[in-house]
Design a binder for this molecule. Sequence first.
Ligand SMILES: Cc1cc2nc3c(=O)[nH]c(=O)nc-3n(C[C@H](O)[C@H](O)[C@H](O)COP(=O)(O)O)c2cc1C
Length: 210
Amino acid sequence: MNLLDNLNWRYAAKAMNGKKVSEDKIERILEAARLAPTSSGLQPFEIFVIKNQDIKEKIRPVAWNQSVITECSHLLVFAAWDTYTEDRINYMFDLTNEIRGFKNEGWENYRQKLLSEYPQQDAEDNFNHAAKQAFIALGIAMVAAANEKVDSTPMEGFDPAAVDEILGLCEKGLRSTVLLALGHRKEDADWLVNLVKVRKPMADLITVID
Ligand SMILES: Cc1cc2nc3c(=O)[nH]c(=O)nc-3n(C[C@H](O)[C@H](O)[C@H](O)COP(=O)(O)O)c2cc1C
């Protein structure tokens, strides 16, 4: 199957059957998320992979009681940095130097530019910027899941403060941003499974400027 076939196959499953997704598939989906591009390469988020059923049961009531939370195989929680700090910026620049094995003047100048701007900015603005980067990884994880014929349900319908509390994210300087349930669709319980996918026509989406 090609990419567009897989994207047409995927939909935001409303019911899952509880069957486990194999760990090798989960690893490839997570690796795709890890490879997501982010602004300045900072990857300002972490992903929590919840396999524990008791934790899923705790999250479900604070996530609009959505059944896929407990019916899924793995529940991913994308948690963005609560702000940009000097340490967080330096960590990624140092990691780049370490992995590439050299220091580059232009790159070091860019580090100083970010250090002189980001940590001083409003923490809420920084969190919102970090959350946008987490959404790029979310999108890539959904495409990767479809490529593995794994169903996924992205969810913003939850109380972030409550999820942060359950997972102890505040202490880690993180804030939950979006959830992604991974599993297998339960066709006989899902009102959406057989409905035609609705997208606006290309003409309403794309403007070509020659
Ligand atoms: C960021 C985001 C948040 C979403 N939140 C929810 C949610 O909380 N519950 C839900 O059932 N669907 C949720 N959806 C699914 C969308 O409603 C769905 O993707 C959209 O209607 C397009 O349909 P399709 O994904 O089935 O093609 C969310 C989708 C995205 C991208």
